[in-house]
Ligand binder design. Structure first.
Ligand SMILES: [Fe+2]
Length: 262
């Protein structure tokens, strides 16, 4: 994802549509901001976020997710969110310099989203979604992920049933996630509406499924159940999920080092 060296810390609270508060809250010193603006003017370069490609060819998920769907979903919907985000950002450079993760969190603004939030979160969610699938995916997880799923859900079939049920009962458009909850150190299935993403609650995503209608209508019309089951049986990348869980567990464990007692 095209982003830049962060020059500001993530804000603890922002007041929507209140630019002075936003500047103050972002903790950008006047000198720092002037210097930054000067550099941008001098170079004449104004760059925003770039469109990240899925980690496979657009026809690689056939026949379960068609090239036509990828061309529309990634090439039009995902790109549309990115273009809209960059248009928002071009109006002011107050949010310049954030990584995409930081931008999503700071624009969520503790439940009082700024205008940039929906597009930023949809870009983040879609990037994560493409990387939650792989050609030849599906079947079942192995190694540490399987053990953790069995510990937290009782069994893999129980987890699968819960994930599918969450997708089928999601009202309207949104996302279904497998996340690692930091405090509980447990896996959980959560669903979010519209663009909301669990990183705003500090959950660590392991997998996600896009259950907006634009994700499946070209291949499955209104048959959401078929789409969700096909994702589980043929598309989900347990390889990616295993790597994400290993990183997440290492990160969570770093918060509480086990220091041996002498
Ligand atoms: Fe989507």
């Amino acid at each position: 994802m095209g982003s830049f060296t962060a020059i500001t810390p993530v804000c603890s609270f922002l007041h929507a549509n209140d630019l002075s508060s936003r500047i103050k809250c972002l903790n950008i010193s006047y000198q720092q901001k002037r210097r930054h603006e000067g550099l941008r003017r001098k170079s004449g370069v104004v760059a925003y976020y770039g469109l990240k490609k899925p980690p496979y060819n657009l026809d690689a998920l056939e026949p379960y997710m068609s090239q036509k769907t990828l061309e529309s979903h990634w090439g039009e919907h995902h790109k549309g969110y990115l273009d809209a985000l960059n248009r928002h950002l071009s109006k002011s450079d107050i949010l310049y310099g954030y990584t995409m993760d930081e931008l999503v969190k700071v624009t969520y603004n503790y439940g009082n989203p700024l205008p940039e939030f929906n597009d930023a979160a949809q870009v983040w969610n879609h990037d994560f979604f493409w990387e939650s699938m792989q050609p030849g995916g599906g079947e079942s997880p192995t190694l540490g992920l399987l053990q953790q799923i069995e510990k937290d859900f009782g069994s893999f079939p129980n987890f699968k049933e819960k994930f599918i049920e969450a997708a089928m009962t999601l009202f309207g458009s949104g996302w279904v996630w497998l996340v690692l909850k930091k405090k509980e150190k447990q896996l959980a299935v959560v669903k979010t509406s519209n663009a909301v993403t669990p990183i705003v609650w500090d959950d660590i995503p392991i997998l996600c499924l896009d259950v907006w209608e634009h994700a499946y209508y070209l291949d499955y019309k209104n048959d959401k159940a078929k789409y969700v089951n096909v994702f589980m049986d043929h598309l989900v990348s347990w390889h990616a999920a295993t790597a994400r869980l290993a990183r997440a567990q290492a990160f969570v464990n770093l918060g509480e080092p086990k220091i041996p007692v002498a």
